[in-house]
Design a protein around this ligand. Sequence first.
Ligand code: F6P
Length: 338
Amino acid sequence: MKTIGILTSGGDSQGMNAATRAVTRKALDEGFRVMGIKKGYNGLINGEIEELFASSVSGKLSRGGTFLQTARCLEFKEEAGILKAVETCKEFGIEGIVVIGGDGSFRGARDLCLHGIKCVALPGTIDNDIVCSDYTIGFDTALNIVVEMVDRLRDTCESHDRCSVVQIMGKNAGWVTLESSISTGATAMVVPEVEFDFERDIVQRIRKSQALGKNHFIILVSEGVFFDVPSNKNYKYVKEHGIDSAAAFAAKVQQMTGVEAREAILGHVQRGGSPTARDRIIATEMGNYAVGLLKNGISNRVVVMKDNKITDYDILEALQMKKPFDRERFNMANAINI
Ligand code: F6P
């Protein structure tokens, strides 16, 4: 193998640039030619590709976003799109690709492997919802942003005797919400994976907190709770109870408890900004590992973090794994946070 491509796909996450930098520099060091594929699988279909040199990734380690840009590519889900991508690979001499993204991106990598392009995938998403890996690149940065924002909200809630209902990203998973709840001591949290009851899990928790003398409350709600997705156990409930948005949720809190409540939707701010040291380090280690696999002729693998060690799995096997939601830590947070 002489030429390796790199692409970032799906939603961006902090540390994708750090991973691209590591792959580029390590691959060059190993004597490969490196091609940057723009806008995810779209760039592979359209031939939006440029050669990367050591200098191309200078200054990228600390930058958020992904300079290769990213996209969710519907055309690549069809056989015709995959065949076009394979043609582009031939045209540019790309024999191996490192794909950085979520599990939708891994499926694309597997499809390319089936057509003879050697692919290795890296988990990149703020959601930490990739089943085969304990950690995904971007999670730590997003979590720290949420914690900072919630700390700010708490200050103003305290001044006004208010409640903040904070909507946190994670369409399919509540990991960011869980860990930010532990880190901020939120009064209550709602995630798609765990069924909740408004009276028991919100109103009574606020009452208990008031009984301890508290005058301000933080409720973290994973946005997935408002989406009709398979992982969401609460969709029917929020629809039936008229609490199917952060604003409606806050209005209900106010109506049921008498505490003035406001919603705060953190949105894409969670996906921007400079990656934390943890994300930079893991992205670098995973990028380095991915090139090592390709160098040894190994492909169709996902690089993962398991028990604090970087290792790899077959993509298909990885896609079939399960990652049960961490109910133990969910219960722990609910017991300790009042
Ligand atoms: O998967 C990452 C993520 O940020 C989710 O947390 C969120 O639900 C979704 O992407 C938002 O996607 P988009 O940026 O396309 O609106």
